[in-house]
Design a protein around this ligand. Structure first.
Ligand code: ADP
Length: 587
């Protein structure tokens, strides 16, 4: 019994030993497999380009089989086929391989693939160290003995096809299929990584190319370009901007906000530039702001027109701007032309004024003479002759009043032109004197009435004393311009009421007509220079669009205000105020 137990125990020990040995063998094989896979994996991981992946693939496969070639077909656009031979192959063999690859590719979801196209786009990636023993041999392989196709898959996506070929039949052992598939998986991941890296590099190259192109465009731009960061510090100035702003003695690119630079600099225009940039920093687009950067001693100093816009990042326009981009244009030559034009207008206006003054003077003289004669005739007894002379004299007098009124209208036009050109250069001089506004208004109304037969001009002086310190000629010009308009823009005639009253310690003059009125869409432009309302009916009214522009400048020059109310088809009322004493110092 004992022996049997012993013998059983002996048997058991023997069986145990053989199981252990088997396990050890399996472990050794497994460890060898792991080592092999590790080596293969490292080779793939170290591959930086697709050719290195091919080398790693070939080496791994040659560890398993002795074969003629492996091929990698990639599903890019267009397809790419790499033929990696283990030794020189005949053209017929290569052709046969391509045929087989095209057929296999169709099966694994590679549409529209054609052997001829594949042949045209195939690359032969022969390793440098092709089997030397076979190198010298005559290339005779023509037929394929065995082949193996494995899809290359990354994250459940087929990216290509790996095909192995040999001249001999039965080369690709089914036992090694599993490890071959693993090698294909490694290769697929390595090829995908290479593709992503190549794409990333291409994008970087493209971005760098675009950057350089943009830099070149900015550098060669005739316009100056200035870019700031969110704090208002200048990040970049192209060469034109550097040239245009070269009069700044301060180093603009000090990485300090413009506000700080402006505060510590004596450059007169830096505060204005800062203001423009800061306005754009609030998200607004600033258009064509003038900045005189030249020295004021020059005839026409270097003048820039600046447009600035906020720079927004991907956060969109609702987010705070990350900076400002400003375009600087040299408009000095335009200013020069404008100056020449204004000088010309100024000279012509002066020349026109001289004969106008003479016409006005002689008309005045004739009016007085006839008035005197008429007065004399009225005082003498009715004689036989007086009954004949009086109607002719009165007729002449009326005509002379019309000449006088029209001459004054012409004189105001010439003055508007002259004043406008002077205003452009800040030279409108006001000559203050003391006078009575009521007198001036009566004079103006009388003259205007002479050539406005269809209208009834009604003057309402609602002040006790209308003494004022102002430029009499220019205030006359303002009243005349508004009156001219009231008559001109009420072609059907009607009443025109001119009222002088006191309002909040100032004089307020209003001129109300019953004319065509102004459409609300034109309200904000009426006082702009050369602005004229354009409508089907407006062409019948002549004018140059300067009357109200000049009137506004004169009124504001006295510290007053000008505005109007209007209802289309009903009429308009123009108002202006005049302080008793000018709010501004006489120049
Ligand atoms: P102009 O009369 O020479 O065109 P103004 O500067 O005097 O230039 O006036 C500008 C514009 O304002 C005119 O073209 C006209 O359309 C409008 N306007 C001025 N006054 C009146 C008014 N009393 N009634 C209607 N429109 C007027």
């Amino acid at each position: 019994m004992e022996s049997s137990v012993q013998s059983e125990s002996h048997l058991t020990n023997g069986a145990h030993r053989s199981t252990t040995e088997k396990n050890e063998d399996q472990l050794a094989t497994l460890s060898q497999e792991i080592k092999r896979l590790n080596t293969i994996g490292k080779r793939f991981v170290a591959s930086l380009d697709r050719f290195q992946v091919h080398r790693a693939l070939l080496a791994a496969l040659q560890d398993l089989y002795s074969f003629s070639a492996c091929c990698v077909l990639l599903k890019s656009d267009p397809y790419e086929l790499f033929i990696i031979p283990c030794y020189p192959l005949s053209p017929a063999f290569i052709q046969a391989m391509i045929q087989r690859i095209a057929s296999a590719a169709k099966v694994i979801d590679f549409p529209h693939i054609h052997a001829d196209q594949l042949a045209a786009s195939a690359y032969l990636d022969a390793p440098d160290d092709l089997a030397t023993s076979r190198l010298q041999a005559e290339v005779i392989n023509t037929e394929i003995g065995s082949s193996l196709n494995i899809p290359l898959i990354v994250e459940n996506r087929i990216i290509g096809l790996l095909s192995l070929f040999d001249e001999k039949p039965g080369t690709f052992d089914t036992e090694l299929l599993q490890i071959t598939a693993m090698i294909a998986d490694y290769a697929a991941v390595a090829l995908e990584n290479v593709r992503l890296r190549e794409r990333e590099n291409a994008l970087w190259r493209q971005a760098e190319f675009e950057r350089q192109r943009l830099e070149l465009i900015i550098r060669s731009m005739a316009e100056g370009l200035l870019i700031t960061d969110a704090k208002g510090s200048i990040l970049s100035l192209n060469s034109s901007a550097q040239r245009l702003l070269s009069q700044a003695t301060t180093d603009l690119k000090k990485a300090l906000p413009l506000r700080v630079l402006a505060a510590s600099s004596t450059v007169s225009w830096l505060p204005r530039l800062t203001q423009i940039i800061e306005e754009a920093q609030t998200g607004k687009t600033v258009i064509n702001q003038e900045l005189v950067v030249g020295t004021t001693g020059e005839n026409i100093p270097l003048t820039l027109s600046i447009s600035a816009a906020p720079l927004h990042d991907a956060g969109g326009i609702m987010a705070r701007p990350i900076g400002v981009v400003a375009v600087l244009n040299d408009v000095t030559s335009i200013k020069q032309v404008e100056h020449m034009k204004d000088e010309f207008v100024s000279v012509v206006s002066h020349e026109l004024r001289t004969p106008l003054t003479a016409i006005k003077g002689y008309t005045q003289h004739l009016i007085r003479r006839i008035e005197r004669r008429l007065r004399k005739q009225q005082t003498t007894e009715f004689s036989a002759s007086s009954a004949q002379v009086e109607p002719a004299e009165s007729y002449d007098l009326r005509n002379l009043h019309i000449i006088q009124s029209q001459t004054e209208h012409l004189e105001r036009l010439v003055s508007d032109l002259l004043d406008h050109s002077q205003m452009q250069w800040g030279q409108l001089a006001l000559h203050f004197e003391e006078f009575y506004l009521a007198d001036l208004l009566s004079e103006q109304v009388r003259t205007a009435q002479a050539s406005a037969e269809q209208h009834t001009l009604y003057l309402d002086i609602a002040v006790q004393n209308s003494k004022v310190m102002a430029d009499r000629v220019r205030i006359g010009q303002v009243i005349g311009n508004i009156l001219d308009n009231a008559i001109k823009y009420s072609p059907q005639g009607g009443q025109i009421t001119i009222r002088l009253q006191e309002k909040d310690g100032d004089y307020q003059i209003s001129i109300a007509d019953q004319g065509v009125g102004v459409n609300p869409e034109n309200f904000e432009h009426i006082f702009e220079r050369f602005y004229r309302v354009h409508s089907a009916a407006s062409h019948q009214y002549t004018g140059i669009g300067l009357g109200l522009y000049v009137a506004k400048a004169i009124v504001e020059g006295h510290g007053g205000r000008i505005w109007f109310t209007s209802t289309p088809g009903t009429g308009s009322i123009f108002y202006f105020t005049l302080p008793h004493q000018p709010h501004v110092l006489p120049q």
